[in-house]
Ligand binder design. Structure first.
Ligand code: SF4
Length: 330
């Protein structure tokens, strides 16, 4: 039974408060955990099981209509813009301004920062508050192996550009056993040197990793063992609905671990997702997308659909999904 008096809430007291919007399902990188290597090498994209061929990507006006529809019902607290790679979305500053006009102040971005240099000031002035930058290595060769891109320096320049613009910057690093686990300490020191937090991510059973993670899985405990072999750390209490657990390293700063496999965080999940075709998803483990705008004229129907999306949430543990991150925005 889903209670609607206090907004749309499920039996665990969860409700949608944060919306993650995949603005575009294209990316200029080919990260090894997102895009599968096949017999002929890289860039083999799994077809999206959910995008019917006739569906077209939304433009800014259509995105804002969909966001407004949901915001009117659930009163969103925060919006995160993702992709694929959101810096490839042609009207990024424009859509941030439009979201701000809806009265949503907490606007965030997740990016590989390759195109970020000289853009951060404009994005901040448009209303962007915080930015998560994906950086899986600070060694050029390992960076190339992880991302399929040879120009790591452009990403590091993007980090500096965001900091200079006064954005709240965090780093995200997906750790894979035998691929970049030797970058855990260099990344921690780089983040400490920049005065920013880094979050290490456990691999997720998404896309081509859905059926098997080929022995690349490196758990929260594995990451902590590496760091504790070098530093004394203290645990920092977890914020409600946060995906990350945090620790402090004296003299360096805080780091986090997003451990969706070994320390699940479904219990207080408040995230709703939307792909670049206008389909909404209640849970990352569910590939059932509902194009809410199609029901926009009927508020009751939209409320029922949001209830249905909320009911797709896992009670305890992420189950994985055949969809790739670049479609649903992670
Ligand atoms: S698996 Fe679903 S319920 Fe669990 S944290 Fe992810 S989105 Fe939330």
């Amino acid at each position: 039974m889903v209670d609607v008096s206090e907004g749309i809430t499920d039996r665990f007291g969860r409700k949608f408060e944060k919306l993650r919007v995949s603005l575009i399902n294209e990316c200029n990188f080919a990260c090894t955990y997102c895009v599968s290597d096949d017999a002929n090498g890289r860039n083999h994209l799994e077809p999206n099981i959910n995008t019917a061929p006739h569906q077209k990507r939304l433009n800014t006006r259509e995105f804002i209509e969909s966001i407004t529809l949901v915001h009117d019902i659930v009163n969103l607290k925060s919006i995160r813009l993702t992709g694929g790679e959101p810096l490839l979305y042609p009207d990024l500053a424009g859509i941030i301004r439009e979201i701000k006009l809806l009265g949503i102040d907490d606007i965030r971005l997740t990016t590989n920062a390759y195109y970020l240099k000289d853009k951060s000031v404009e994005l901040k002035q448009s209303g962007l508050r915080a930015i998560n930058i994906s950086l899986d290595a600070v060694d050029g060769e390992i960076f190339r192996m992880m991302s399929g891109n040879q120009r790591m320096q452009r990403v590091l320049d993007g980090v500096d550009d965001a900091l200079d613009a006064g954005l709240d910057v965090k780093l995200n690093a997906v750790i894979m056993k035998g691929k970049n686990d030797n970058q855990i300490i260099p990344l921690l020191r780089y983040a400490g040197h920049k005065g920013i937090d880094i979050r290490y991510l456990e691999l997720m059973k998404m896309g081509h990793l859905y059926h098997h993670m080929d022995g690349f899985f490196f758990s929260q405990q594995n990451i902590l063992d590496v760091i504790q072999a070098n530093y004394f750390i203290t645990e920092v209490s977890r914020k409600k609905s946060s995906t990350s657990n945090y620790w402090n390293v004296p003299g360096i700063g805080n780091f986090g671990i997003i451990a969706n496999e070994s320390v699940p965080f479904c219990g207080d999940c408040n995230r709703l997702r939307m792909d670049s075709f206008g389909n909404f998803y209640g849970c990352l483990s569910s590939s059932v997308g509902i194009p809410l705008m199609k029901e926009s004229g009927n508020r009751e129907k939209t409320v029922d659909s949001l209830k249905r999306l909320l009911s797709y949430k896992q009670s305890h543990h992420f189950k994985g999904n055949e969809m790739t991150m670049r479609y649903i925005g992670g």
